[in-house]
Design a protein around this ligand. Structure first.
Ligand code: NAP
Length: 310
């Protein structure tokens, strides 16, 4: 019988039915506990979220993995007490949510919907939008979420170029890498989408220098992390028209402070970190699958590389 510490109390109501069901479905006999036991060394797995009160992992000497309910792990990855393997969340509901948010916001700008939704002068502007096949997308980050969004946009006939640390090919999509690759990807894109983790290397990736590489009038969508973009540089690029619009889901400080210039900016759309949420049913299945793998000696899925930071 395994002992699983569910250390994300705020999330428990969503998981209290789905997690036991998923564990049973995977043939795992486990007791789920909510408090750190006297014998913390007997805990086999810890289920964790950034809001978890648990911050010191030292006592969990027998813990085989810490399983995050979130895809982004920047708030735990540098915790020096965490020596156990750490896995981030990849599950269908999270991915599907992100694909729908990204496709929806790209289509808004691609079709120029705003001009028709708010048209107080009743102007008749019979100009058809271009076709998706005439548009270029740069997908910065081609991991679980970026590659799914890239494939969905490709499926709608957008021309998509990926950019990642390692580069290569993702299906039919070319994935560039390095500074030169970033310059190329930005230089050709009508839509720049950032789905990168927050690490020392990705912080301020879009800054005054790199925003100047973008095609004039490009639209930015950032559902990745706020720190990927230098706020001041973005405001300047919006001011000069270098960037036509920014749709932002994530911010350096959340909730976005009421006096932040993004709120009132006519070329910025703020969504409140809702692009993609972990869905308990799929997440419970993903957790159970990973535990089952680990128990059978198979490598854990979606294991975080502490040195890389994601
Ligand atoms: P992932 O599978 O770990 O993919 C990360 C991608 O970023 C990979 O393609 C990786 O390159 C690339 N990358 C990392 N560091 C890089 C660097 N220095 N230069 C270039 N590329 C780099 O992550 P994911 O599951 O797709 O999630 C991505 C991010 O989305 C999360 O970290 C989180 O911040 C954000 N997120 C936001 C929401 C929301 O609601 N807004 C929800 C979930 C997640 P390689 O492929 O070469 O390794």
């Amino acid at each position: 019988m395994l002992t699983i510490l569910f250390a994300a109390p705020k999330d428990w109501p969503e998981y209290q039915a789905s997690l036991p069901q998923a564990l049973a479905g995977a043939g795992i006999a486990a007791r789920i506990i909510h408090e750190v036991p006297t014998d913390a060394g007997a805990v086999d797995y810890i289920i964790y979220a950034p809001s978890s009160p648990l911050q010191d992992f030292t006592a969990f000497t027998g813990c085989k993995a810490v399983l995050s309910l979130w895809a982004g792990v920047e708030r735990i990855v540098s915790n020096a007490t965490l020596t156990q393997p750490l896995c981030r969340m990849v599950e269908d509901g999270l991915t599907t949510g992100m694909v729908e948010w990204v496709v929806g916001h790209v289509m808004r700008h691609h079709l120029g919907m705003d001009a028709h939704i708010v048209n107080p002068t009743r102007a008749w502007r019979p100009v058809a939008p271009p076709l998706a096949r005439e548009r270029q997308v740069a997908m910065l980050g081609m991991g679980a979420l970026g590659s799914a969004c890239a494939q969905a946009l490709r499926g709608l006939n957008f021309n998509v170029t990926g950019w990642s640390r390692t580069g290569g090919q993702s299906g039919a999509i070319e994935v560039l890498s390095g500074k030169g690759g970033l310059r190329d990807a930005l230089g050709r894109a009508d839509f720049i989408i950032t789905l990168l983790p927050k690490t020392a290397e990705t912080e301020n990736l879009l800054n005054s220098d790199t925003l100047a590489w973008a095609k004039r009038g490009a639209v930015i969508l950032n559902p990745g992390r706020g720190a990927l973009i230098d706020d001041e540089a973005l405001l300047n690029a919006l001011e000069t028209g270098q960037i036509a619009h920014a749709t932002l889901d994530v911010f350096r400080s959340e909730p976005l402070p009421k006096d932040h210039p993004f709120w009132a900016h006519p070329k910025v759309t703020v969504t409140p970190h809702i692009a993609a949420d972990t869905r308990a049913e799929g997440a419970a299945r993903a957790l159970a699958e990973n535990i089952k793998r680990c128990e059978s000696g198979a490598p854990l899925l979606h294991r975080v590389d502490r040195a890389r930071g994601y």
